[in-house]
Design a protein around this ligand. Structure first.
Ligand code: SPM
Length: 279
């Protein structure tokens, strides 16, 4: 019998994947967690029914959420990652030669353990206990509330704005992120699909724009996520992503990311530009 798993990306649209095997299925204190082996995407992490990351295309999301902001900042020495329990984001962050310490605060320890066991390619920095990585199981919202002027770059690698991810899309959270950054710091957050999450994108862009002198949105093509095009929003106190020197030798290419993409990912289609400009 064929087994399929469908993520309902909206009430009227789903992405269905044929499953070879369910490797893990369980409930943590925060959410329902599964790891399934799929025909098209390989092994995949699913939280509360939402496809989070797959071995097939994870490099796109993780390279883009890590390297774009790290290369906007000229000296990203101290970095905080909120969420990112699968470990893909910190795997990329530790590659940046300027980075000395990455604090990662993930609320769900079960996601970390399950990812280490079933997704070793993604979670390698956590498995290897990379010397730059300081991993804490805890509440990222509380962590930024208690932190002042400490980080060059903060990366919010969160799930959807429901369940444990909900508080990470609020103006109050962005205020605490602002305070936790150094005077020239910047932050990035994944902000979902420009086709199916327009109110969320506009609200988070406006909230960030109220606080940070520079707000920019950039894009990446990610087959696993709704519509295949995904948004990331940057709030920056000093450095403008549109002025990054993409010829500097520290910018290294990945499997998706390269210096040209560092520049071109900020070029937005007209409907997204209009969405961000609306009152
Ligand atoms: N480290 C990878 C975590 C990925 N987090 C972002 C996932 C966004 C998926 N959004 C899908 C929206 C459909 N409801």
């Amino acid at each position: 019998m064929e087994l399929w798993m469908t993520e309902f990306q909206t009430q009227n649209l789903g992405l269905a994947c044929r499953i070879k095997e369910t490797l893990f299925s369980g409930q943590s204190d925060f959410q329902e967690i599964s790891v399934v082996d799929t025909v098209e995407f390989g092994r995949m992490l699913v939280l509360d029914g939402v496809f989070q990351t797959s071995v097939f295309d994870e490099y796109i999301y993780h390279e883009m959420i890590a390297h774009v902001p790290l290369n906007v900042h000229p000296r990203p020495v101290n970095v905080l990652v909120i969420g990112g329990g699968d470990g893909g984001c910190v795997r990329e962050v530790v590659k940046n030669p300027a980075v000395q310490q990455v604090d990662m605060v993930e609320i769900d320890g079960v996601v970390v353990e399950v990812s280490k066991k079933y997704l070793p390619e993604i979670s390698s920095a956590m498995i290897d206990k990379h010397p730059k990585l300081n991993l804490r199981i805890g509440d990222g919202i509380k962590h930024v509330q208690e932190t002042e002027g400490q980080y060059d770059v903060i990366i919010v690698d969160c799930s959807d704005p429901i369940g444990p991810g909900e508080g990470l899309f609020t103006a109050a959270f962005y205020r605490d992120v602002y305070t936790a950054l150094k005077p020239d710091g910047l932050f990035v957050q994944q902000t979902e699909s420009p086709f199916y999450h327009q109110p969320l994108i506009r609200k988070s862009y406006q909230d960030v724009n109220q606080l940070f002198p520079i707000t920019r949105l950039y894009l990446a093509n990610i087959p696993l996520y709704p519509g295949g095009l995904h948004c990331f929003t940057i709030g920056s106190k000093k450095y403008d992503p549109l002025k990054t020197d993409v010829t500097k030798p520290s910018i290294q290419s990945g499997k998706y990311y390269n210096p040209g993409i560092q520049r071109s990912c900020f070029i937005l289609p007209e409907f997204i530009r209009e969405l961000l400009q609306k009152d």
